[in-house]
Design a binder for this molecule. Structure first.
Ligand code: MN
Length: 247
């Protein structure tokens, strides 16, 4: 049996504004390591301004991971940028939108992680808190979801998982799971066709799934970083075996 081919989107770093030819395609090595260690073939996909290439990538894949990274341009979900918005990359946004749409058309399973989780949500009509400071401290007692200087291979807060979900089975039928957390944005309004299947103690959505697998292509999104947590907690690798459910 051939290995499942899993595409992983990447970010990029402009090392020197004066020398754009040295721009570097990059993604944390943990994504490819996780995919390899469960016997799949990781394929990194560099950002491209040629959106017509998206369907060619998708045609050669069995699944797609939209990875973590910078903030999404809020114009995509119909909002003006607020002061606490961080860096966004217009070209990456447009490229990942093209990949997601091509994947949907080809019925390819898509796993969104952190930024990818947020991107899938807004492409299905959802919205984001551009910064969690937008959530009134009077309304909820916020959990700390980002702490610069922390090691993200260790858990930071708990989540509660719905027993009816696929995620629950992937997490060895645990209702409460400890996850890492490295996000200053969060889902405000959930996108159409998605079901929230995990929540942090402050009520924020930490995972979603597609409500019905048929006829829609399967979607799973997680706000935490299973690829980094898996370095410390091997059970987190099982999350990536989600792709086998649809081969
Ligand atoms: Mn979190």
């Amino acid at each position: 049996m051939s290995r499942l081919r899993i595409g992983i989107t990447t970010g990029r770093q402009l090392q020197d504004d004066e020398w754009p030819e040295f721009m570097i395609d990059q993604t944390p090595t943990a994504y490819a390591r996780c995919i390899r260690s469960i016997g799949y073939l990781p394929i990194l996909i560099p950002i491209s301004g040629h959106q017509n290439l998206a369907q060619d990538y998708i045609a050669n894949l069995d699944g797609l991971i939209i990875s973590g990274g910078c903030d999404i341009n809020p114009l995509i979900y119909g909002e003006e940028p607020r002061m606490a918005l961080s860096t966004s990359d217009y070209v990456r946004d447009q490229w990942e939108i093209a990949l997601f749409q091509a994947a949907q058309k080809a019925q390819l399973p898509v796993l969104g992680i952190c930024r990818g989780f947020q991107l899938i949500n807004v492409l299905l009509g959802g919205t984001l808190y551009q910064d969690m400071s937008e959530i009134s401290q009077q309304e909820v007692s916020l959990v700390q979801h980002i702490k610069n200087g922390s090691r993200f291979i260790y858990p930071q807060h708990t989540i509660q998982i719905k027993e009816s979900s696929i995620l629950y089975n992937l997490m060895n039928k645990c209702i409460e799971v400890q996850v890492n957390s490295y996000h200053h944005q969060a889902i405000k309004k959930l996108g159409a066709g998605l079901e929230a299947v995990a929540f942090s103690a402050d009520g924020l959505i930490e995972a979603f799934e597609q409500i019905s697998a048929e006829p829609n292509p399967p979607l799973l999104g997680v706000q935490w970083h299973p690829e980094l947590l898996a370095i410390h907690q091997k059970n987190m690798l099982k999350l990536f075996t989600w792709f086998e459910l649809f081969k």
